[in-house]
Design a protein around this ligand. Structure first.
Ligand code: ARG
Length: 467
């Protein structure tokens, strides 16, 4: 060994190397500048691992004590901001392990028995994502709650419902709002479902093949709150589909936010003029003094590109990777973290923004007055009078044609005008043609009548813990 000249820092894996790593390589391969975020999980995993090693005779009780108190001290230093992360130590695992060895000596060097960084990073990421599923669930809850509060305060207000961005049928504003409550509810369920697959411990898979040392994977799993241990060591070392699934949940959340934001941008503009976003949640233009811009919804909409991009990055990352661990997998973390940060920030600000909205209900109702918005109701009216729906559709189409010719709305036609197209039309038709009549008629399950919306709102308030 004496003739082998090494410079630079000594690597924990450096035994077989004669020369020091090039500085450029250290800089290129390091992940500590982003994976330091995982320190808490890395330490929790190491503590559980050490406990199990001691229970199985690989560590003495004193060694275990030293390791536990050493790790606790390191955690406090990191939390206090006094810990120095070193790029030459590559990643969070080796930064903490090195600090432990420096602090407690040889006992620290025993910690990595029966473990590899391959199962260690898989463990850390699973612990981290499990927490993030719960945290994002809380943020989703906040957004859903805000929708329910809005739906309650605007109950009774009507607006046009749209298909193809054309006025289609009148709906309750609350019905529209509760549509988002449902969307974000599914997002929450998806995260909880994803969490089930995250919540299985890969530790003990070691590098890829398991270990011959006497370990107890189930014990570690139980201590860390996992539901199970993963079944196949090779799969566990190379699998990242739990992370991909998680980011795909994030992408859907961000897309749902983006659809909402698109509506807020449109609705706050003068073309729609349906909603007023409070001054505190808008910004002005540096050149046009009259402007009040909906920057928050625009930015959230814009950020959907980042989250979808993160998902694409992860999908592409695992495409073509042979089993088991490959260093490529280190590239999983930045997209995961960026997706978490983007979705978290977007959900948090959206919950606040929803509390700073005012709907212009008069404007919304006015918008239902044009566009033959109750034409379907007229067709349904004919169906109830035994006219086959296709025929009814044709009749109403012709009536709308007459309106277009005259430049009037359905309501403005006389009874005689309509009777020219169908003899079954009677005076009671005008009730059907009214916006409120239309809304209130839609009593099918999940429909927009106040009866159904009240029910949905009541159930939502119960679930959201609103009295
Ligand atoms: N920093 C690595 C990562 O994020 C940890 C695992 C490294 N394993 C290895 N054999 N180099 O993937």
């Amino acid at each position: 060994m004496a003739d082998r000249k090494k410079s630079g820092s000594k690597k924990m894996w450096g035994g077989r190397f004669a020369e020091a790593t090039a500085a450029s390589v250290e800089a290129f391969t390091a992940s500590i500048h982003y994976d330091s975020r995982l320190y808490r999980y890395d330490i929790a995993g190491s503590k559980a691992h050490a406990q199990m090693l001691a229970d199985n005779g690989i560590l003495s009780r004193e060694e275990l004590q030293d390791i536990i108190s050493g790790l606790t001290a390191i955690e406090s230093e990191i939390e206090a901001g006094t810990f120095t992360f070193r790029q030459d130590l590559e990643d969070i695992h080796m930064n903490i392990e090195k600090a432990l060895v420096d602090r407690i000596g040889p006992a620290g060097a025993k910690l990595h028995s029966a473990r590899s960084r391959n199962d260690q990073i898989a463990l850390d990421l699973r612990l981290y994502l499990r927490d993030e599923c719960d945290r994002l669930g809380g943020l989703l809850h906040g957004v859903r709650r805000a929708f329910v509060v809005l739906a309650r305060s605007y109950l009774g207000a009507v607006m046009p419902g749209y298909t193809h961005m054309q006025r289609a049928q009148p709906v309750l504003v609350s019905h529209h709002l509760l549509a988002y409550y449902e969307m974000f509810g599914r997002d929450g369920e998806r995260l909880q479902d994803c969490r089930k697959r995250i919540n299985s411990s890969p530790l003990g898979s070691a590098a890829l093949a398991g270990t011959g040392l006497p370990i107890d994977r189930e014990q570690v799993a139980a201590q860390l709150g996992f539901d199970s241990v993963t079944a196949n060591s090779m799969d566990s070392a190379g699998d990242r589909d739990f992370a991909i699934e998680f980011v795909s949940c994030c992408a859907l959340i961000q897309l749902h936010l983006s659809r909402l934001c698109e509506e807020l941008v449109l609705w706050s503009g003068s073309e729609f003029d349906f909603v007023e976003i409070s001054d505190t949640f808008c910004t002005g233009s540096s050149i046009m003094p009259q402007k009040k811009n909906p920057d928050i919804p625009e930015l959230i909409r814009g950020k959907s590109g980042r989250v979808v991009g993160s998902l694409m990055a992860l999908l592409t990352l695992v495409k073509g990777l042979p089993l088991t661990y490959n260093r490529d997998l280190q590239e999983d973390k930045e997209p995961v973290f960026d997706a978490v940060d983007t979705v978290s920030a977007s959900l948090a600000i959206m919950a606040e923004l929803l509390g700073n909205l005012q709907f212009k209900t008069t404007r919304m109702r006015e918008a239902t007055a044009t566009g033959f918005i109750t034409a379907t109701d007229l067709a349904d009216y004919l169906v109830l009078k035994d006219v086959p729906f296709r025929e009814a559709h044709g009749i109403v189409g012709n009536i709308v044609g007459l309106c277009l010719e005259r430049g009037c709305e359905l309501m403005e036609l006389g009874l005689a005008d309509m009777q020219r197209f169908s003899r079954v039309i009677e005076k009671d038709v005008f009730e059907v043609l009214s916006v409120d009549g239309s809304v209130e008629s839609r009593i099918s399950t999940g429909g927009t009548s106040s009866l159904r919306v009240e029910e949905a709102l009541g159930a939502a308030e119960k679930l959201m813990g609103i009295a």
